[in-house]
Design a protein. Structure first.
Length: 327
């Protein structure tokens, strides 16, 4: 048996309940992992609330790190006793132990702690596929301007560092002077407090009227229109989250009028569809962390039983860096 967090129906943080669930043995292509730490991400709140409808009852969580304690038939890249981490479907990482598909689980380097592993997989792989695989026409070169919303969050702080390593001029937005300073410390070339400044006007000022090549936007509804106005002609709008609500239907004529813009709505799990692809992305992420270009910041730690409070803090934007649960 394993203590786990699940919901019986979509709802607010109060819907999260601590239960005991059977774990069982791994089948073909599966492993059993005992968690040392579990990641908390905005996608978990979308699944809980029903923004992303899911079948019930639902065990939550997409990210974790721990030790493999059983391996199913056909699994050759992991062995019992391996330190491991993952960002993976199906949900269920908010628990002490689980059986899950081995495809998206990778060995965790000894130089990276379990807490860092649980805090970095979903967020770090998100930054990898955005900055390295979701690029505007002509790609990204050193000196290019990019706009990154929520730059002081778990994904944002990794992005600030990774962008600096690529030589990019990352313009980061955040909701307080303290969060802006945090983004700057982690590599943002410019920061904008969107509660005090008009981010469209500031982006135009910073880029001398040219606009940015790409906007990476996890906020959604509240920043959509302004983000389009920050793009240069042929710029790319990469909308990868809905923290403020879903983006309304898009009028394609608007993209023409604003400069032949490109729009994409990518997801991490499309990029993690194969074990080989997952391993290649993880290898690049691990190299950035062990090489010192990216440091993983864990600012909030909660007991497993306090998962509801973690969701409240995340949704109220009281957090910085990454949040983890400790089973």
């Amino acid at each position: 048996m394993s203590r786990a967090i699940r919901i019986q129906a979509h709802g607010g943080p109060e819907a999260l309940e601590l239960v005991e669930l059977p774990v069982g043995e791994p089948g073909p292509g599966e492993i059993r992992i005992r968690h040392h730490a579990c990641g908390v991400n905005f996608i978990d709140t979308y699944q809980r609330s029903g923004l992303y409808p899911m079948p019930m009852p639902l065990a939550l969580g997409m990210e974790g790190a721990g030790v493999v304690d059983a391996v199913g038939e056909g699994v050759t890249h992991l062995a019992v006793g391996d330190r491991a981490a993952y960002a993976s479907q199906p949900p269920g990482s908010y628990c002490e132990s689980r059986v899950m598909p081995a495809r998206c689980v990778v060995r965790l380097p000894d130089a990276i702690s379990f807490e860092e592993g649980a805090a970095m997989m979903l967020k770090g792989l998100t930054v990898q596929y955005l900055l390295r695989r979701t690029q505007p026409q002509g790609g990204l070169q050193p000196g290019d301007f990019v706009l990154w919303h929520a730059a002081a969050g778990g994904v944002g702080l990794i992005a600030c560092q990774w962008a600096r390593a690529m030589g990019l001029q990352l313009i980061g937005t955040a909701g307080s002077d303290e969060k802006c300073e945090l983004a700057r410390e982690h590599g943002a070339a410019h920061v904008i407090n969107y509660r005090r400044e008009n981010f469209v006007e500031r982006v135009r000022e910073i880029t001398q009227g040219q606009g940015v090549k790409v906007v990476y936007d996890s906020v959604g509804k509240d920043t959509w229109d302004g983000s389009l106005d920050c793009l240069r002609p042929f710029g790319l709008m990469a909308s990868y989250g809905n923290a403020s609500g879903a983006v309304p239907p898009v009028n394609l004529g608007t993209l023409a009028a604003k400069g032949s813009l490109y729009v994409t709505r990518p997801t991490l799990f499309t990029h993690l569809a194969t074990r080989e692809g997952t391993q290649a992305m993880a290898d690049e992420l691990f190299a950035m962390v062990t090489g010192g270009q990216v440091k993983i910041r864990v600012d909030q730690r909660y007991a497993l039983a306090d998962a509801a409070q973690a969701h409240r803090d995340l949704e109220s934007r009281r957090t910085t860096g990454s949040c983890i649960l400790l089973p």
